[in-house]
Write a protein that binds this ligand. Structure first.
Ligand code: HEC
Ligand code: HEC
Length: 287
């Protein structure tokens, strides 16, 4: 903390006080907090903790009826990562879920577990910032297994991402919160889910989706996070919601389980967390 403070003073002297956030810094903030890319793309140790020295070098394996896919190496390593991709190609993967027309599985769509249907909401500045940050990651050589597709890729359109965002919508906390919740794909996990399809229209935030643990144990069930006072979190204080999101502690003090990215959300700025909570308060109650 102290060191960061000193660096800020020095920088603000150099830049005459006007200190705009550098794009890579903004990108790093998004990637390592609300978007939690490393929750999927970083390998884990035997305790299930992400390994910082191997950040973004490829990680989780997802086995579903539609595909078996490993979160790829997204470090700038030229051979095993995305070091040979142009910025436009990286952006296309992020917001359209499409691979480049060269290299591994050229031109093939990415499995829907990569949340491109939410990332399409990214404002152009934020998309640029994320790409700028990805260029700063340490290249790591690590080859991941090719995916196996058993059904065509299908992405459930998320209404707020389809409608899009603009900076004028960020005047109100609820507008800023809606954007963060969208790029954080919170409602992908927390909405009603049946036969592999999200029901954002009738089941937004209702919970119930089951996440099996990687070791085969029962895993977790996504909670109802609508504003319903009993079934949802309508009766929780802001402090209780903030604690659940950033510390992974339930209202009753229970330790919440994966796959929610509590450790990443811990780095959220207080103001962003407040905006997210403001938006959650607007989710219509559902039993
Ligand atoms: C829920 C898990 C998950 C999250 C969160 C996630 N990804 Fe992915 N991502 C995947 C998976 C799985 C694939 C590969 C899908 C396939 O092989 O069909 C992928 C593919 C990619 C690819 C294509 C790489 C390649 O070699 O084909 C890029 C680039 C990428 N992700 C970047 C990101 C970034 C940047 C973020 C955060 C802003 C992110 N991902 C968040 C799971 C995730
Ligand atoms: C990858 C799936 C996933 C994502 C993404 C996700 N969550 Fe969760 N969340 C869960 C699961 C599963 C639980 C329940 C964990 C348990 O009961 O042990 C949970 C629990 C919660 C809780 C506690 C509710 C309760 O009744 O205990 C809150 C609040 C919450 N999530 C909010 C959010 C917000 C806000 C976001 C986005 C910033 C988010 N979640 C993103 C899966 C997810």
């Amino acid at each position: 903390m102290f060191r960061i403070g000193v660096a800020c003073v020095v920088l603000s002297v150099i830049s005459g006080g006007a200190m705009a956030e550098a794009p890579a810094e903004r990108g790093g903030y998004l990637v390592n907090t609300i978007m939690a890319c490393g929750n999927c793309h970083t390998p884990r140790d035997t305790d299930g903790k992400t390994i910082p020295e191997k950040a973004f070098s490829g990680g989780m394996i997802f086995t579903t009826p539609a595909f078996i896919a490993t979160a790829p190496n997204i470090t700038p390593d030229v051979e095993t990562g995305i070091g040979s991709w142009s910025d436009a190609e990286i952006k296309r993967a992020l917001v359209q879920g499409m691979r480049p027309d060269h290299g591994r599985l050229a031109g093939a769509p990415l499995a829907a577990i990569m949340p491109a249907n939410f990332y399409k909401a990214l404002l152009p500045d934020d998309l640029d910032a994320i790409v700028a940050y990805l260029h700063t990651i340490k290249p790591i050589r690590n080859e991941v297994a090719d995916p196996v597709y058993k059904a065509p890729a299908r992405r459930d359109p998320y209404p707020d991402a389809e409608a899009g965002f603009s900076k004028t919508m960020f005047v109100e906390p609820v507008g800023r919160g809606a954007y963060l919740v969208t790029i954080g794909h919170c409602m992908e996990c927390h909405s009603a889910w049946s036969r592999g399809v999200s029901d954002f229209k009738n089941g937004l935030g209702r919970g119930g989706r089951i996440f099996p643990a990687p070791d085969g144990s029962p895993g977790s069930i996504a909670a109802n996070i609508t504003s319903d006072p009993t079934a949802g979190i309508g009766g929780w204080t802001d402090r209780e919601i903030a604690r659940a999101v950033t510390e992974g502690i339930g209202r009753d003090g229970r330790k919440l389980r994966p796959p929610m990215a509590y450790g990443f959300y811990a780095g959220l700025k207080q103001a962003d967390l407040a905006d997210i909570i403001a938006w959650l308060r607007t989710v219509p109650p559902l039993q």
